[in-house]
Design a protein around this ligand. Structure first.
Ligand code: NCD
Ligand code: ZN
Length: 338
């Protein structure tokens, strides 16, 4: 059995910089035709110069064959004082702006500490007018299992106050976020591979699994079920965003384990296996491409990726990074990208 996907997209990806970028960017470009590139570098991407230079560094890691078949969709790190003039100028090079609450995850120290509608009005109104989506890491600093659900009222407040602004709830992990999707026309979501597959039991229910530790932490069975329902049934407001977040092995296997699951090179194979398991392969194209193209209004390079129901053994490491399913077999493999 084979499956052909057209122009698969990863709508939430961490590529890092330097040596790590060299390792991971070509792996994504080998399979995907575009990806939303997260701006949480040190320092974060907050200027046009930094954004364009980062895009060039990404492209410079790719083999010639992938330069025209992969588009890095660039983002800025949200700052409340971005002016309309600045946004107008950067708009052609910008796919979205990513908002982090201060200190909530890796490299988010410069994030936002309050969500006052009036204070945010100039920048969010300008983004809505220009059609620049706002991607949000939606967690409070409350109890770790409740952080995302506690943030839902913030999503709703912003969605109601800025009806022209497209708000993407990034890497949702709870039934509460899924329920919010249908309450506002302008709320959308990305869902990762790992949150469709695991619960907190897989992370900490037995021996601690550092390579499955991420923000937001995987939640309960009923949460995973709610995510599966919308992903497998091609809900038009959800998109695949891997949140593939590579950290070197020694930053994961240590006290103070860094948050992030590395899935980029195995994501499409594992998604095919998952959608196949539920007899929903016909809906995978919507999850990995069509919905994102509609929501973001983008036309990525046209590529086709053919997957085959043939086991693929996941490498134990890519450079210094241990992927999800390291050393294990996934029932589907990738044969070609053209
Ligand atoms: C991400 C990272 O390492 O940059 N980590 C993670 O656990 N997902 C940041 C993020 O998306 O929260
Ligand atoms: Zn992320």
């Amino acid at each position: 059995m084979t499956l052909t996907l057209t122009s698969p997209l990863d709508m939430h990806l961490h590529l890092r910089d330097g040596e790590m970028l060299q390792t991971v960017a070509p792996l994504t470009a080998q399979h995907f035709s575009g990806a939303i590139i997260m701006p949480n570098l040190l320092p974060p991407i907050v200027t046009k110069e930094a954004l364009l230079a980062y895009r060039e560094r990404i492209l410079s890691t790719l083999p010639d064959t992938n330069i025209s078949s992969f588009t890095p969709l660039m983002t800025l790190f949200f700052r409340p004082d971005y002016s309309r003039e600045f946004l107008e100028e950067i708009h052609p090079d910008l796919a979205a702006i990513k908002l982090y609450p201060a200190g909530i995850t890796t490299n988010s120290e410069g994030g936002l500490s309050g969500f006052d509608v009036e204070e945010l009005s100039p920048v969010l109104t300008a983004m809505g007018d220009l059609g620049i989506p706002l991607c949000i890491h939606g967690e409070t600093n409350g109890f770790v299992m409740d952080r995302e659900a506690e943030f839902v009222p913030v999503y709703e407040k912003l969605a109601a106050a800025f009806p022209d602004l497209k708000i993407i709830m990034e890497h949702i992990t709870t039934a509460a976020s899924v329920a919010a999707l249908d309450r506002f026309d302008n709320l959308y979501a990305t869902i990762t591979l790992h949150h469709l597959l695991i619960t907190l039991d897989d992370v900490a229910g037995g021996m601690l699994q550092p390579h499955l530790f991420c923000k937001p932490i995987a939640k309960r069975y009923e949460d995973r079920e709610a995510l599966l329902q919308v992903a497998l049934n091609a809900h038009p407001k959800v998109m695949f965003g891997s949140d593939s977040a590579p950290h070197p092995q020694d930053a994961k296997e240590c006290p103070g384990c860094a948050a992030g699951v590395f899935t980029a090179p195995i994501a499409l194979q594992a998604l095919a296996a998952l959608f196949d398991k539920y007899d929903k392969l016909d809906n995978l194209q919507a999850f990995v491409n069509t919905n994102a193209c509609c929501i973001y209004g983008i036309t990525p390079p046209r590529t086709t990726v053919t997957l085959k129901k043939q086991p693929f053994t996941v490498p134990v490491k890519y450079g210094e990074v241990v992927p999800m399913f390291a050393g294990q077999e996934i029932g589907w493999s990738i044969t070609t990208k053209f």
